[in-house]
Write a protein that binds this ligand. Structure first.
Ligand code: GN1
Ligand code: MG
Length: 361
């Protein structure tokens, strides 16, 4: 019997699994869509425990947060099975199942009639996405952050990411360092910028909130018919953080003119119309809870998080591609170059980005 079916059965499903497809999106976990005899659909995920080392901490965070959101949806008369993910317990009574070879799996109900976008041409759509990510933070504003444990320590600590790059460079595990001198110079010329957000968290300018921390456009499901945001997914990195993390990561992906691994860098730039639309939606989704400083720092959030992602891709390239899923040998290097092209463009556009967010004070 197929291992996907066997594993799905460990979650006490009401009906027999009869088919599945693999989802190719996402750089970390392996994801399968499982069809059951009675027509029900589920998402089965193999958790990457090389990255999320403690599945108990991970699933406690996620189940806590989704239960909190579910209660709010019920109170608002909304469908709790569409507005947030519903996880199932395994035969072990846990929200994950550990198989004979030690791999950890989890299962949640598939959300029907939705699309997941890899890019967005429409500014209306980006405004709605911005609003949904802002609203998500509002839904969690009264969640006790003390209940959340760090799933990946220092996830958006950019100086620590820079330090990881230095270590990888010294090790040069697979002999790639000599071929990436320009990229390394690019990063070290910007080492001061790396501490921009952390410094402002430390001095109290930027408060800690409960943030998603991985706000890629493809981490939100949109209603197939209406195009309205339905559900925010990929909840593995929910941790206390700055609003700049979520804003920044959403811009680096959703406001880019090209895919994250586009190699023709003349096609890679930050779309100012997309930046404006997302910022408008995001600030309004946060319902007046952002301070003036936070709003005015949003553009730097985009720049720092884009630089940070480039640093992470470059570090992984030096380490021999052990973290992000890659599809060819230079993939991480191409992604890093792409992110650095975006950073360059954002540096040029920074005064205009500040003008834009000022409108939403
Ligand atoms: C990973 O799994 P996915 O593709 O949603 C990564 C993010 C990166 C992103 C880059 C846990 O997200 O931090 O920004 O790739 N997630 C983790 O595309 O490291
Ligand atoms: Mg994802």
């Amino acid at each position: 019997m197929n291992e996907i079916f066997e594993t799905a059965k460990k979650f006490n499903l009401p009906s027999e699994p009869v088919g599945y497809t693999e989802c190719k999106i996402g750089h970390i976990n392996s994801t399968y869509f499982v069809d059951c005899k009675n027509g029900d659909k589920y998402v089965l995920q193999n958790i990457n425990t090389g990255i999320f080392k403690d599945p108990d901490i991970l699933m406690n965070n996620i189940v806590g947060v989704t239960s909190h959101i579910r209660k709010k949806l019920e109170a608002e008369g909304k469908d709790p099975l569409r507005g947030t993910l519903k996880f199932f317990c395994s035969v072990d009574g846990l929200y994950y199942y550990k198989d004979e070879v030690g791999r950890c799996w989890r299962l949640y109900k598939y959300v029907d009639d939705v699309d997941c976008y890899q890019s967005a041409d429409s500014t209306e759509l980006l405004e709605r996405v911005g609003m949904a990510f802002g609203h998500f933070q509002m839904q969690l504003a009264d969640y006790d952050a003390g209940k959340l444990r760090e799933t990946i320590p220092n996830f958006h600590n950019t100086p620590s990411r820079l330090n990881d790059l230095k270590i990888a460079l010294e090790k040069d595990a697979v002999g790639r360092a000599s071929s990436i001198k320009d990229e390394i110079d690019f990063v070290f010329d910007r080492s001061e910028i790396c501490s921009y957000i952390m410094d402002r968290i430390a001095d109290g300018t930027l408060p800690l909130r409960v943030t998603h921390n991985d706000t890629k456009l493809n981490n939100i499901l949109m209603d197939h018919k209406t195009g309205e945001p339905v559900c925010i997914i990929d909840l593995d990195t929910i941790m206390p953080g700055s609003v700049l993390f979520d804003f920044g990561d959403a811009i680096r992906f959703g406001a880019s003119s090209a895919a994250e691994d586009e190699t023709d860098l003349s096609k890679v730039y930050m779309r100012e119309d997309a930046f404006d639309a997302f910022a408008k939606g995001f600030v309004s989704g946060l319902e007046g809870s952002l301070s003036e400083e936070e709003i005015m720092e949003l553009p730097m959030g985009a720049l720092v998080i884009t630089l940070e992602n480039g640093i992470r891709f470059l570090t992984d390239y030096l380490n021999g591609d052990t973290y992000f899923r890659t599809h060819y040998p230079q993939h991480n290097l191409d992604r890093a170059r792409n992110q650095f092209a975006l950073v360059r463009d954002m540096e040029k556009k920074m005064p205009h980005m500040r003008e834009i967010v000022k409108k939403y004070l």
